[in-house]
Structures are given as structure tokens and as C-alpha cells.
Ligand binder design. Sequence first.
Ligand SMILES: NC(=O)c1ccc[n+]([C@@H]2O[C@H](COP(=O)([O-])OP(=O)(O)OC[C@H]3O[C@@H](n4cnc5c(N)ncnc54)[C@H](OP(=O)(O)O)[C@@H]3O)[C@@H](O)[C@H]2O)c1
Length: 266
Amino acid sequence: MIRSSPDFQRRIVLVTGASRGIGAATAHKFAQQGHPVILTARGKPALDSVAAEIKANGGTAHVMPADLSGSKKAIKFIQTVLRRHPDVCAAVLNAGVAVEGPLIDRDPESFLDEFEVNYFAPVSIAHELALHWMRQKNSGSIIAVSSVTSTVPFPGHANYGASKAALNQMLRNMRIEIGSAKKIHIGIVMPGYTETAMTANLESMLPGSAPEFIAETVWDSFNQEIPESIAGLDNKLVAGMFRFFPALSDKLLQLSASVLVPRKKK
Ligand SMILES: NC(=O)c1ccc[n+]([C@@H]2O[C@H](COP(=O)([O-])OP(=O)(O)OC[C@H]3O[C@@H](n4cnc5c(N)ncnc54)[C@H](OP(=O)(O)O)[C@@H]3O)[C@@H](O)[C@H]2O)c1
């Protein structure tokens, strides 16, 4: 089905972490493009207010609150979504959590917390959706909001970056195993520092991106079936530098971390 066709535009898009920040901006973007959206996060009042704004602008939004930490809860949630809305054509897997701080100060037993939300929940939803579309013989699109910290080591973001790197790698494998044969687009969007509630306790010399800018990148990934997108020229340069000159990149990052990498406010 052609993505700009009215039939495709009537199909529903699920956005996780849609109560604020990048998820809320993404839900607005898809609704503006004519897609009904399902909004999920844990906090219902915030979801209701995003849904009210979408409806006031002429869009359609359904609110389905859920805690997406871990595979079990995520699978139960997506199965409920698919029973109520079997026509879902895309999911933006955006819900995420970050614990900033030096790796050495972390208790390794807490490492799983970020993985439950940033890795196990989105890959379980992606797996369930792929099965659903394969049974329906339908196309579909999964776009994960990852992070540039999945490709470049950023001080203070070690376990968070590791959870996003695991997410990327699972989706890349899913893309080649089932995506191309079954017409399922799998996109990975990697934002850098973006000004949202997640980064409100950080300060940086450089301005962050607006959530609306990341929402545009997510839309482009969906609309043009882009497999991997790093949001912003600055982040593309940092990622390219690390890929081609890893040793030099490590040195530069260590030297410039206090200036370039957002840090906890004192
Ligand atoms: N901000 C950045 O600089 C940045 C950079 C790169 C990537 N990202 C990624 O972009 C995505 C969105 O981040 P953001 O900056 O918009 O953060 P945010 O403002 O903190 O929003 C996070 C969203 O995820 C939801 N969420 C968190 N834990 C959840 C759980 N257990 N179950 C269900 N929903 C949960 C939150 O709602 P509830 O709390 O109500 O559940 C909220 O809607 C995340 O995946 C993040 O890792 C952000």
C-alpha cells in the first residue's frame, strides 16, 4: 500500500512514551498527517491532555495507559492493542528511561532497569507486531527511538547507551531476517541531546534539539522507509568521527566531555 494513499493514512499508529517530549511531538506529527494514533505511557492524565490537543486539532487519538517495563507486560499490552485495533500499521517505540552518572557509581544490579524499558519492552512489541503483520499478510512499520549514545560512548551514559545498542542490534537482525521478505520496515532513529523532561536535570554548553525536530526525523523514517537515521548534523559528525577514527574520537571525547556532553546540574 502506498504510504501517501488515503487508505494507508487511515491506518492506526501506536506511539509509546507519548505523554510528553519526543513521543508527544511524534504523536502530533502522525496525527497531523492523518493517522489515528494510540498513545501510551504510564501516566493517564498526561496522555489525556496530549489526546485532547490532538482532537482539538482535528485528529483522532486513543489513550491506552500501560507500564512497559519488561517483556511480559509489553506483550500483554500489544496483544490488547491488536485485539482492539488490528489495523495498526506502524509503531513508534519511543518510551525510554535514562540514569545518568559515572559508571563507577552505579550498582550493577540496577543495570537491568534501563534494559527492561529500553530493550526488552520494545523488542517484544516489535516481535509481536511482526508476527501479526505476517499472519495478516500485511505491511507494517516499526520505528525505534534509540540514541546516538548507542554508537558513541558518552561519559555518564554507559548503561543507557548499552541498552540502546542492544535495541539497535536486535532490530537490525529482525530487519534482515523478516523485514525485507515480509515488507516490514524497521527504522532506527538516533537523537542526540534533546530538550525534554529526560534531560531537564542536565546542563550543556550546546543547545539541545527540540522534540519536534526528532518527531520530523521519525516521520521521515516511516514515510521514506529509512533504515537508520542520526538526527542532526552535529550528531552525524560525532558518530562518523567515532566510526572511522575511534582512538582519536575517544581522546577528543575525554578532553571535551565537560563542554560537549550534557552533565548533571550542580
Ligand atoms: N532527551 C534526549 O536527549 C534523548 C536523546 C536520545 C534519545 N532519547 C530517547 O527518546 C525517547 C523519548 O525520550 P524523551 O526525551 O522524550 O523522554 P521523556 O520526556 O522522559 O519521555 C519518556 C516517555 O516514556 C514514558 N515511559 C517511561 N518509562 C515508561 C514505562 N516503564 N512504561 C511506559 N512508558 C514509560 C514516559 O511516560 P510515563 O513516565 O508516564 O510512563 C514518557 O512518556 C527515549 O527512548 C529516550 O531514550 C532521548
